[in-house]
Design a binder for this molecule. Sequence first.
Ligand SMILES: [Zn+2]
Length: 115
Amino acid sequence: MVALIERNVLDDLKAQLLSEQKRLQDLLSKTHLHLHRSEPVPADFAEQAIETENDQVVEALDQEAQIELSQINKALLRIEKDTYGACVVCGDRINLKRLQAIPHTPFCFTCASEK
Ligand SMILES: [Zn+2]
């Protein structure tokens, strides 16, 4: 299968996805600690003042992060399978600028705006 995206551009996008994946995993480990407070909240987390937020805010953050993380994991899977950069709905190439703005998007602009 012909690569949809140049290797060096793909490497950049993959690096972006991996750092975002790590950020979200860190965030989720903290939101989980907050939501299941049998263990103490880490000091650096407390410093972010999120400890003082109410649980609903943390829960919303947690849910959002989980959704985004799963989209990122799927995007990384598509990179492994060489299908990354193709819209999962219509199969068209996703505009590169769009991918650079939202590396985890599975949709081309047209399909995303029909949602
Ligand atoms: Zn599409």
